[in-house]
Design a protein around this ligand. Structure first.
Ligand code: GEK
Length: 241
């Protein structure tokens, strides 16, 4: 998807509002996520490979917090089984409008739902993807969502979660944040952009440690949850039912 360059935080802002997935963000989103999330393309490509492996005939693949649909398209490209559909959910009308504008009818249909992922019923799922979405839910709502996903997954189904991580050790935590900022600088973001965006995301994106994620996944029933990718404080894990 072609994208306008993200310069939303390039000028000094008198007041920095909390980050929201509005029209301005949707316009620049492909550029923003690509230059902000180390390894984003690698994770998207792997979601395709995982969908190829886990998607079952006559089942549903969910992309929760789909934004412009990059993970959905990667899944669709790689699913070869019959009678499978993708349900892509987001509560940002701006994101879904852009997603819809590039959506074509193909063998594996992609159904868009404008809804809060906390209200979506997960049913007959062979694979569920939360690619950088869980981090935006209040911490107290995360367990219920994951329990709902676990219940809706078929036996041997997979949940893929990608998240920004926190670290228990203070030195490591600071180091990883600093390395991420270096990554953003290498992608052309200025110190001002990095610092204003960080303020906007305060209390909106709440990272947790991998141990917390892993314990929660086990608590709701997943008997196996492991990291498959990490680049500084950005990681992706697979939980198996
Ligand atoms: C990708 N997965 O490109 N209900 C529904 N959607 C939500 C909710 C919620 N409660 N909270 C946040 N969102 C995508 C990238 S972006 C990640 C995901 C990022 C949506 C929000 O509107 C946004 O589109 C998405 O989750 C998070 O693979 O920007 O760092």
């Amino acid at each position: 998807m072609t994208s306008i360059k993200d310069s939303l935080y390039s000028q000094p802002l008198g007041q920095i509002n909390s980050f929201a997935f509005d029209d301005n963000v949707a316009q620049v989103f492909p550029d923003m996520i690509q230059r902000s999330v180390p390894g984003y393309q690698t994770m998207i490509a792997a979601i395709g490979l995982l969908a190829e492996r886990f998607a079952k005939p006559n089942s549903v693949c969910y992309d929760l917090g789909c934004s412009l649909g990059t993970a959905s398209f990667s899944m669709r490209q790689n699913i070869h089984v019959k009678n499978c559909k993708i349900i892509a959910v987001d509560n940002s009308p701006a994101m879904l409008a852009k997603f819809e504008s590039v959506l074509t009818a193909e063998k594996i249909p992609i159904e868009l739902q404008c809804a809060d992922i906390r209200d979506v019923e997960i049913k007959n799922a062979s694979i569920v993807v939360l690619n950088f979405t869980l981090q935006f839910l209040p911490v107290e709502d995360r367990e219920k969502l994951l329990a709902n996903i676990y219940d809706g997954l078929l036996p041997n189904g997979a949940l893929i979660i990608s998240e920004k991580l926190a670290f228990d050790d203070a030195r490591q935590h600071e180091l990883q944040i600093d390395l991420h900022h270096e990554f953003k600088k290498s992608q052309g973001y200025s110190d001002l952009e990095i610092s204003q965006k960080r303020t906007a995301l305060e209390n909106v994106l709440v990272p947790e440690t991998f141990a917390i994620h892993q314990n929660r996944l086990k608590l709701v029933g997943f008997n196996s949850a492991e990291l498959w990718f990490q680049y500084f404080n950005f990681a992706s894990f697979i939980a198996l039912k």
